[in-house]
Design a protein around this ligand. Sequence first.
Ligand SMILES: [Zn+2]
Length: 160
Amino acid sequence: MNNSTFSCPRCGSDNTSSFALIHSGGTSAGSFQGVSYGAKTGTIQTSGRTGSQSLLAQQTAPPIRPNFVNSNGVLLTVIVFVVACVISVFVRGFATSVFGDNILTSLISPAFVFGVPILFVIYHNKQLLQKRELWKSEKAQWEKSWMCLKCGIVLINKSQ
Ligand SMILES: [Zn+2]
């Protein structure tokens, strides 16, 4: 990896390095102004001094990939199904007492028992997809992030 395609816009140093390289421990950091990297917004903040290599590795860590296997989707769907079954009994009982036992009120139970879990699965999948898209954009931002090892400023390489 080319370590010096950037000169720091603040201090002019060529001692810049990508987040990936810093995180992997491929650089030795001296003592400089610490930075915290807001992965969501890409904002740059300077804070106190940090010379700690492990803290630096934390700050330059890639965004964590969402774990969809452990998202409890199946368990949640089962819970929603059970709740929908219970609610359907009450709703149907109420509807039957008001409108009588006809074809429409008899459809209330299957509509709840199947419809609600299906809607939940659609909603849950949408949430997971949104999480993945957010992670993708954070990852792309992280891949473009560099740091000046002299003054600690975070740089976004827009041409990368
Ligand atoms: Zn600098």
